[in-house]
Design a protein around this ligand. Sequence first.
Ligand SMILES: Cc1cc2nc3c(=O)[nH]c(=O)nc-3n(C[C@H](O)[C@H](O)[C@H](O)COP(=O)(O)OP(=O)(O)OC[C@H]3O[C@@H](n4cnc5c(N)ncnc54)[C@H](O)[C@@H]3O)c2cc1C
Length: 515
Amino acid sequence: MTEHYDIIIIGTGAAGGTMARALAPTGKRILMLEKGGFVPREKANFDPHVNWVEKRYTPDDTWYHQGQPFRPSHPHYYVGGNTKFYGSALFRLRERDFEEFEHYDGVSPAWPITYADLEPYYTLGEKWYYVHGETGADPTDPDRSEPYPYPPLQHEPRIQKLNDDLAARGLHPFPIPMGMRMSHDGEDGATSSLDLWPQFDGYPDPYEIKADSHIIGVRPALQHENVTLKINSPVERLEVDASGRKVNKVIVKTEAGETVEYAADLVVAAAGALGSALLFLRSRQDKHPNGLANSTGLVGRNFMGHNNATLIAISKTPNDATFEKTLALADYYWGDDAFKHPMGLIQMLGKLNEDMMKLESPTPLAGMTHAEMAAHSLDFWLQSEDLPRIENGISYNRDGQVVFDYTANNVEPANQLKQRLTDFLDCIGCHPGAHNVDFYLGGLVGIPLGHTMGTMKMGTDASRSVLDPYCRPHELENVFVTDGSFFVSAGAVNPTLTIIAQTLRVADYIKQQVL
Ligand SMILES: Cc1cc2nc3c(=O)[nH]c(=O)nc-3n(C[C@H](O)[C@H](O)[C@H](O)COP(=O)(O)OP(=O)(O)OC[C@H]3O[C@@H](n4cnc5c(N)ncnc54)[C@H](O)[C@@H]3O)c2cc1C
């Protein structure tokens, strides 16, 4: 028996959860199929050992990179997907990020849509996801039709001092736009206290104050009787009808080996940039011998993940902030006089405590214990753009193993950005030595899998892109893919608000033109 729905949404992350909430009021019968279950709400949610060493919340998948097996750190198969674990820094791409732009290592290509196309949806997404920010404070922030819907989070004293020191140097630090359900938003159970989070980036939030797509998207969607969620339902394959242009079977294979078939008039793939690409590649069939909608061979290619690094600076005075993820710096986003290429964004991390410091910096800096490091550290996250390259991506080998290819590119801007930061450590009250971990080395540890983009890029030319500008595969009529796959270039801001905005734009298109 095949169960039939009007719409099936595969995955419940930023794209799937947002799409479900956007389409729920249509009254159409909607089925969300989620590979995982709910993140357990438990004390261990905040335990660094459980999260990073025991890896309780990451799947025991084995992928291959340059022939070596590795356990990918970041797919999180849960209701809410990776947003359950994300840092909820919700930035807009800048106008120029949508245009062709010359970078140090080559061209960052133009998108088939402009910032203006997404602007109303960025505005809506900021409202839905409770973005707190200071309008006009980020010198590179694009034009906006409305101010941020919520006021910025307040800096704790050491971060305020950092802000003032940077400003005294002529720089323009600003509050990170953060998606948080704080008490002034009038939400039941919300809080005004940032002390609640001993850990933040990479940890689930049992208090449900972090604006993730489970809380913001899936839960409100399920208030509608026409919406159903099936958990532990990994989609194994999509199959097409005789025309080859319509998906008419969505096949789920449970862990127990049970196969269940669903059908829908419309299918939204939102399994993440890696999950959707793998699903399409697995769905090889007569009409699509190279994988679904993959006659170009581009499905899975052009992966981008940002050139990321942490830099742990040691403050001369203690840093007793419990939540330091309130400050960002974009002065070097487009370059400076000495380096005329885009460099990227600097932002603070949640705050490293002693346990996390042991993991981040196994050998403590000279003359310090990990506890002293944690008591004094200012923890920076540096993010630079990597460029889409055909050789970077995800695929299956002949044995059905998942192969992840990644060679870092455009690394010099990331190094330059780090240099800018280390150059002014003294001015921000820090010792000159800093501990640095790069996440862009292309090695097994350094594979950037937190931000996943580009594996089915959008375009108007069907021979050079997988999706059209509304995220419909050129080769299919009743499918949309709105997760991070559609990115044409990565920009250097965190990607999720763009996934949310494009999902809302596509949802409008579906409501107006398809249903
Ligand atoms: C530690 C960490 C911190 C981050 N911090 C930030 C941040 O501060 N700001 C920001 O903008 N971004 C951040 N990100 C990135 C952010 O989480 C992603 O951009 C976002 O979650 C991507 O949304 P998505 O819908 O494309 O995919 P995902 O959120 O990955 O969702 C994919 C969903 O599909 C499901 N799925 C996969 N395969 C199948 C299948 N075969 N069948 C059914 N379901 C399937 C998954 O279980 C999941 O629910 C962070 C990520 C990590 C890991």
